[in-house]
Design a protein around this ligand. Structure first.
Ligand code: NOJ
Length: 739
């Protein structure tokens, strides 16, 4: 439809019809036969608005969506199709690793392919928009939503943000893929104390320097929608914050797509205490240019009264409605409200073999080898050694994590199944060993009944029996593989925790087996960086496998037995203790650094009881190859426009590997304090066995820009240090002058 036609359509709508376009409700409001009865009473939304609601939250499936669409259109005056929006965060039916694992691939091109698959499957499943990517920068592992983020660095996050948007929206105009909604704008990842839904308070400098770039990258990649965040910024909740939404997003960045509130965030302006009632909340949000009110009664009931009272201009509503209509038009919904899918297409598209193959590759690249004493890994499947797989995740398909709501655990390859393909049955034993958690009571908060909770927990008798069986099997084993981790419900949204070690029951169990002195491997399954300090002392080899997704078991086994060489690198620091949080590699320099030449001993910036550095730093990860970095060279001592920085990478082993070469800088003196290191570029390359490769980076003047004291994004002349290495800590160093 042409723009003029859309304008005509807009002007033919009544105010009720217009407001309807700005309201999003969830599935229970669209239950089959009766569109006008049911839970709308709870929100107190009138039948008139309900009949004209513009979008649906989290209903997916070709049959369900087309039924709702068809019935809705039958009752609609103007035949404006519904938009189906859903949380498809890291997989629809084929589930990829959680985004923190995707971040660990350091491979945005590969992730673009993954998100192309996600777009295809979602489109086939009847979804039109996904609330992804989530690009919040994260520095505090207590926050459960680290799971959804690609990590702690704005450059890396930005690279993933654009590749995810490109993947999801590939061929959008040809009815392929789906529209992307970047979230949670802005700075949601900085919730104080890592506590979900908590306050964010930071300087504008920090906001612009570290937190905003990834959202901007998504928008520059053409992302159609933006979701507001639940948090405050500078005392004002974002959903009603004109500085964040209007000044930055709309005016400065020129974003003219749809802006949607997070779930009930408009109404929550009342709980935040900046609006007295629903009407005031609606007023603040629409004035801040928020277009759609997700799951709250504020727009539905209050926009018209605000208009009638002359408090808001009709043009404000018209602009918002036009943005929604444009999105529907861009998606081709006016031509085909079913967007080219049906039950048959859905069936053909979901979980195709090629999707599984890609998921396996992505998972393999997401796994991070944290420790490998005496080169225990890879295991030799022909060695005739007895291998025991033990722990709550050994024989378990619950490997897709909290936000894979359309995925099925029954499609998932368990670790047991993955390993079985490599070993003779007589060499492989699987034991449960211990319970996942000491208590499942907390699941009550997520709706589990007492009976469900009781059925999950092992009785004391079972615990004793499983322990005895595991100990007996361990005595006979040469190698013990522990498959341990967080429960799915312990990370993700509303999964903030203060003790982020492995559950006590699992740690106690591991100790008993470790005592036997066998070779040990830990597969750590989690949605966040766990505190693995104890395990790093006692276990021989550790693989961080995240929630690895549908192909988890295959990818893990391929790594264990050396078919894949681990190449994942942490995109978020793994702390030594929870007391270090928040922790991140690109911290500011302090006046009294640990290495101070003028102060020593006590009066430097440090803890009395812990190192400053994390247990495993940003960028870190081992492989099965022996890699050496040498001969860092900078093409000139002076930079005017650009410089070439090169390093030699030698693979001293016979095994080819994927190496992620990382380039950091430090701006030695600035008009404001600069970070100790900042990632500027990275390259993931293959280094063949027994070979040496030269890797070169062209670093340009523009890449040295930052927010100066006067808040200009500019470069300042002076000395820069440049660091290249396999992670943020172990780097070679050189320098140059910018003139
Ligand atoms: C709340 C979450 O914060 C957001 O990420 C999600 O997209 C919405 N709910 C919709 O489910």
């Amino acid at each position: 439809m042409k723009e003029e036609k859309l304008q005509e359509l807009l002007h033919s709508l009544t105010w009720t019809e217009k407001v309807g376009q700005l309201v999003q409700l969830s599935g229970e409001f669209f239950n089959t036969s009766a569109l006008t009865v049911g839970p709308q009473q709870k929100l107190g939304i009138s039948d008139d608005i309900l009949k004209n609601v513009g979008s649906v939250l989290n209903v997916a499936g070709a049959i369900k969506t087309s039924e709702i669409q068809q019935q809705y259109l039958e009752n609609s005056n103007h035949k404006i199709p519904l938009l189906f929006m859903a949380d498809i965060i890291y997989g629809y039916r084929t589930v990829f690793p959680i985004p923190l694992g995707l971040g660990a691939t350091w491979n945005p091109e590969l992730i673009e392919e993954a998100y192309t698959v996600i777009g295809k499957e979602s489109q086939a499943g009847g979804a039109h928009v996904t609330f992804a990517p989530m690009v919040d920068l994260v520095r505090d592992a207590r926050w459960g939503r680290c799971l959804e983020s690609t990590g702690e660095d704005s450059l890396l996050n930005s690279a993933f943000a654009s590749s995810m948007v490109r993947g999801l929206q590939k061929d959008l105009d040809k009815q392929k893929g789906i529209a992307s909604c970047v979230k949670h704008f802005a700075a949601y990842g900085a919730a104080e104390a890592g506590r979900e839904y908590n306050t964010v308070d930071m300087s504008e400098r920090k906001l612009r320097q570290d937190y905003l770039p990834s959202y901007k990258a998504a928008i520059d990649a053409g992302c159609k929608m933006v979701m507001t965040s639940f948090n405050t910024y500078d005392g004002v909740p974002v959903t009603g914050n004109e500085f964040i939404l209007k000044d930055i997003l709309r005016d400065e960045w020129g974003f003219d797509g749809v802006l949607i509130s997070d779930y009930a965030a408009v109404r929550e302006l009342i709980d935040h205490g900046i609006a007295e009632d629903n009407k005031e909340a609606a007023y603040l949000a629409i004035k801040a240019t928020n277009d759609i009110d997700m799951k709250s009664p504020c727009y539905a009931n209050e926009l018209q009264p605000l208009l009638n009272e002359g408090r808001i201009d009709g043009a404000l509503i018209d602009q918002a409605v036009l943005r929604v209509l444009k999105l529907k038009n861009d998606l081709g919904l006016f031509d085909d409200p079913y967007r080219g899918t049906n039950e048959v297409i859905e069936k053909e598209t979901l979980l195709k073999e090629e999707h599984r193959t890609l998921a396996k590759q992505v998972t393999a690249e997401s796994i991070v080898l944290l420790k490998n004493d005496n080169e225990l890994l890879p295991l030799d499947p022909q060695a005739n050694e007895k291998i025991l797989l033990v722990g709550p995740y050994g024989d378990n398909q619950e490997l897709i994590g909290l936000w894979a709501v359309h995925g099925k655990t029954t499609d998932t390859i368990s670790i047991k199944t993955g390993i079985e393909a490599y070993l003779k049955p007589e060499n492989f034993q699987v034991e449960k060993g211990c319970d996942m958690l000491e208590s499942y009571e907390f699941l009550g908060e997520f709706g589990a009944t007492k009976d469900m909770i009781d059925s999950l927990s092992m009785s004391d008798k079972e615990k004793a029996q499983y322990l005895t069986q595991a100990l007996t099997a361990a005595e006979k084993a040469d190698i013990i593989i522990f498959a341990m981790g967080e429960h799915t419900m312990q990370s993700g949204e509303a999964g903030s925790r203060t003790d982020i070690r492995l559950p006590q029951i699992q740690r106690d169990f591991m100790k008993q087996l470790v005592k036997l002195g066998k070779k040990t491997v830990l597969l750590s399954i989690s949605g966040r960086p766990l505190i693995l300090t104890e395990e790093a002392d006692t276990i021989d080899a550790i693989l961080q496998v995240w929630f690895p997704g549908t192909e988890g078991g295959h990818a893990i086994a391929d790594i264990l037995f050396g078919k894949s060489n681990p190449s994942g690198r942490l995109s978020m620091s793994f702390p030594y203790s929870v007391g270090q949080l928040p922790i991140y590699y690109n911290e500011f320099k302090t006046g009294r650094p640990l290495t101070s030449s003028t102060h020593s001993g006590r009066f430097v910036s440090k803890y009395l009881d812990s190192p400053n550095t994390p247990l495993f730093p940003f960028g870190y990860g081992l492989s099965y190859s022996d890699i050496q970095y040498t001969e860092l060279t900078v093409s000139d001592t002076i930079m005017t426009d650009e410089l070439t920085i090169s390093v030699q990478i030698k693979n001293n082993s016979t095994r080819d590997c994927l190496e992620t070469v990382q380039l950091y800088i430090q701006d030695v003196v600035g008009s404001v304090v600069r970070p100790v290191k900042e990632l500027k570029q990275f390259k993931k390359i293959t280094v063949a066995g027994n070979s040496t490769t030269t890797v070169s980076f062209t670093l340009t003047r523009d890449e040295l820009n930052y927010y100066t004291r006067s808040m200009h994004y500019a470069v300042e002349n002076g000395t820069f240090l440049v660091f290249v290495g396999p992670n943020s800590q172990d780097t070679l160093e050189a320098s140059f002058e910018l003139v």
